[in-house]
Design a protein around this ligand. Structure first.
Ligand code: ADP
Length: 510
């Protein structure tokens, strides 16, 4: 195809905002396809021949999870079809709706139980659910006669589609020209118990010596083996996954794929995350008028039961409660800071997060021990998260690993300074104070409470000089984290994959 033709992309993911959101994957799946679609003028789907130059017809497919409230969307039945399984075909049905200009398919079928959470503690049940969904997405495209140039899958949940595509491509005319792209948002989630499900959908283990034996029947490794291209969600993470520390046992295999691996930074939806228009804030503010931000800090301090004092540093953590995120490092660093002789210069902290019960309990205990200094909210609360981004001085992000991370980008957009561990996407998005005049935050290296504590103290010395702190806030607010930038890189990549794919096919036929 030439660049003036319509490029068809099937984007598949386990979750997508605003339909269903558990983590950052939903932000990406909700925003990136939309950003790609709006890069060029959108023609009517009914009249694709009116396509503008280089139009991209990207469509999103997600499972019809029970958590998706059907009355919230205008859902239309599209088609019924089936997914071949060793025990006979499994019926599936697709419904369509829209997210802005983006067509979205919700796929239903018995393996996607309305009673099951998006991610279950039963990894084998999830193996069946997501293998069914991934393969159903491929069958759906066939059922509606819409052959994609690109299959863009995300993480282990949809990797079976990439593996299946590679197996069927040589003999299946419908998919002969489809190239695949697999985005890696979180490598350690390999789909460990997906083997039996893959087998039941007639996808055998790959006997490819590049893959370690233990990985030859797992969804993500198979997807990584079969994908035409792999994208890690930041350039930093693309390098880290080639090392034993971050490679989840696959670093040597991934090195064999290095020519087809790149890192593209995620973005954030700058319309949804905008302190100038955010309706949840006590006072809206912007780069041109930062002063009202103080009103948000004051309101937040009162809401949390803290002494409302603009000079007391107010810190936060907004996160899944998981060891990956270094929640334990934060709790210990805060404890040490509160016990320090200068009592951490009066600092206050709010912790918002749910997840690991042990970490939740430790966070609640910290509040019990320091009730005037710590507020812990162990729930998922998007409105509170916005008041926190707009009200606190700094956000703690001591992640042990961080493929990209969105929290630091949202924080900077809201004038909240990130204090983060130098890993993955955090390195790509934050410039350390002192290292450059263009600094936007504070980075530290060791995954130890003391290292975080020192970074907080370093930040506090700058906080003590309001004009320096404000300059730091403004530099963060000026950063361009919009999806448009990343979407253009993805679009280039899509075109190069299509070109390579048709080159491969031409070679075979000549
Ligand atoms: P991950 O995807 O690894 O969880 P990210 O930083 O990429 O981490 O994305 C996390 C997203 O979830 C951010 O938008 C953050 O604000 C939001 N978030 C995390 N925990 C909560 C919570 N308890 N309440 C509201 N929003 C949350």
């Amino acid at each position: 195809m030439d660049k003036n033709q319509t490029l068809r992309v099937l984007f598949i993911a386990a979750e997508a905002d605003p339909f269903v959101k558990v983590g950052g994957l939903a932000d990406v799946a909700g925003s990136l396809p939309l950003a790609l679609r709006t890069l060029h003028q959108t023609p009517s789907l009914l009249h694709p021949q009116e396509s503008g130059e280089g139009f991209i017809d990207i469509r999103l497919a997600i499972p019809y999870h029970g958590a998706i409230r059907e009355d919230a969307y205008d859902l239309r039945p599209v088609t019924k079809f089936s997914v071949p399984n060793i025990q006979g075909s499994i019926p599936a049905e697709a419904f369509s709706t829209n997210s802005g200009d983006l067509p979205v398919y919700l796929i239903a079928g018995d393996p996607i139980s309305p009673d099951a959470p998006v991610y279950s503690a039963d990894s084998s049940a999830d193996g069946h659910k997501y293998t069914f969904f991934a393969l159903a997405a491929l069958e759906l495209a066939r059922a509606i006669g819409w052959s994609p140039h690109i299959l863009h899958a995300n993480d282990w949940h949809t990797s079976a589609a990439v593996y299946s595509l590679a197996r069927k491509r040589p003999t299946d005319l419908f998919y002969r020209n489809t190239a695949s792209l697999l985005s890696l948002h979180n490598l350690p989630y390999l789909g460990v118990d997906s083997g039996p499900a893959l087998k039941s959908y007639m996808l055998p283990p790959a006997h490819d010596s590049r893959l370690p034996k233990w990985a030859q029947h797992m969804a993500l490794p198979l997807g990584l083996l079969a994908a035409d291209h792999i994208v890690a969600v930041s350039p930093g993470y693309a390098k880290e996954i080639l090392t034993p520390e971050f490679g989840s046992g696959l670093h040597e295999f991934l090195r064999t794929r290095v020519d087809s691996l790149s890192g593209i930074l995620n973005g954030i939806d700058v319309k949804r995350w905008d302190p100038e228009t955010d309706p949840h804030l006590e006072a809206n503010y912007s780069i041109h008028n930062l002063a009202p931000r103080a009103v948000n800090k004051n309101a937040l301090q009162r809401e949390l039961g803290f002494e409302p004092d603009p000079n007391k540093p107010l810190l936060a953590m907004i996160t899944r409660m998981d060891y990956q995120k270094g929640v334990d490092l934060t709790l210990e660093a805060l404890r040490q800071l509160f016990l320090a002789a200068d009592s951490g210069q009066g600092l206050q902290a709010v912790l918002l997060g749910t997840g690991n019960p042990e970490l939740e309990e430790s966070a609640r205990r910290l509040e019990i021990n320091f009730p005037d200094r710590v507020h812990t909210a162990t729930r998922y609360d998007p409105a509170l998260s916005r008041r926190i981004y707009a009200g606190v001085d700094a956000l703690l992000i001591p992640s042990r690993y961080e493929p990209c991370g969105l929290a630091q980008m949202i924080a900077m957009r809201y004038g909240c300074v990130p204090i983060a561990r130098a890993t993955g996407g955090l390195i790509d998005t934050i410039r350390d104070y002192g290292a450059t005049e263009e600094s936007t935050g504070f980075l530290f290296h060791e995954a130890e409470p003391e290292a975080l504590e020192q970074a907080v103290m370093r930040a506090m010395t700058v906080f003590a000089h309001p004009e320096r702190w404000q300059a730091l806030q403004l530099r963060g607010m000026r950063e361009d984290f919009s999806w448009e930038r990343s979407a253009r890189v993805y679009l280039e990549l899509y075109h190069s994959l299509v070109k390579r794919r048709s080159g491969d096919e031409n070679q075979k036929t000549t």
